[in-house]
Design a protein around this ligand. Structure first.
Ligand SMILES: Nc1ncnc2c1ncn2[C@@H]1O[C@H](COP(=O)(O)OP(=O)(O)OP(=O)(O)O)[C@@H](O)[C@H]1O
Ligand SMILES: [Mg+2]
Length: 221
């Protein structure tokens, strides 16, 4: 796997940390297909529509959710409210030409059913993960806990995307204590659009960093 066929899962240390924006960054940067397998909360069109609108993404560059629930709550409960239950067998990775970016729902320990949590699904997919973390106070604990959970299950983390206002020390501390690459420090973007994301992708040399980490991932298998 190189970046022309990279398949990555965009996970977060929490809900609302910027997974969708980072997914858009990677979809555009890698020329990937976007897939959000489980969407909770469809009121505003969900994350897929956000990525489509942001990037003017053509139909062949996204896949429909396996599950989309109306309530913006944890997937297991959102499913129950819609009289459904997520079947992990229905979350098989789609076949696509070129790279694939998968956006998870919420954080790593979020329940997909009452006995199946997100990180178990990651184990099943066996894809490397990009972990989106907040930049500010609280991120050290959340991010180091998430990295430990991934390592415990031998799920490979390609690196962090640290999202939010620049912090003078957190990126360095996470790199050192988490023993992980920082792929990008994404600042708050005043004009959140495709051009602004492209600028960050290029200025921060994200593609080269991802390529390096994919080689490391392959060597570790
Ligand atoms: N770097 C950024 N600059 C400006 N706005 C941002 C940035 N990152 C995230 N946001 C905004 O913060 C909000 C949360 O981001 P986002 O939807 O990407 O989070 P998420 O982790 O995908 O949430 P969910 O768990 O619901 O999928 C959105 O309104 C998004 O537009
Ligand atoms: Mg999202």
């Amino acid at each position: 796997m190189n970046t022309s066929s990279a398949q990555v899962v965009i996970c977060g240390t929490d809900t609302d940390v910027g997974k969708t924006i980072v997914s858009a960054l990677f979809v555009q940067g890698l020329g990937a297909t976007y897939w959000k397998p489980v969407q909770s909360g469809t009121e505003n069109g969900g994350d897929r529509q956000r990525v489509i609108d942001l990037l003017q993404l053509p139909k062949e560059k996204w896949r429909k959710e396996a599950y989309a629930f109306s309530a913006a709550v944890s997937p297991h409960w959102a499913a129950e409210q819609d009289g459904q239950c997520i079947d992990p067998d229905q979350l098989k990775l789609p076949t696509v030409d070129g790279p694939l970016v998968v956006e998870t729902a919420g954080g790593l320990m979020v329940p997909l059913t009452r006995n199946w949590i997100q990180i178990q699904q990651l184990e099943r997919w066996r894809l490397p993960v990009v972990l989106v973390a907040r930049s500010g106070l609280g991120t050290l604990n959340h991010t180091l806990l998430s990295l430990e959970a991934l390592r415990r299950r031998t799920i490979h983390c390609l690196g962090l995307v640290i999202n939010g206002p620049h912090h003078p020390d957190n990126a360095l501390t996470l790199k050192q204590l988490g023993d992980v690459a920082v792929l990008c420090e994404l600042p708050p973007l005043e004009h959140l659009n495709a051009a602004a994301l492209a600028t960050q992708w290029h200025v921060q040399n994200v593609k080269a960093k991802v390529e390096t980490e994919i080689i490391r991932f392959q060597a570790s298998r």
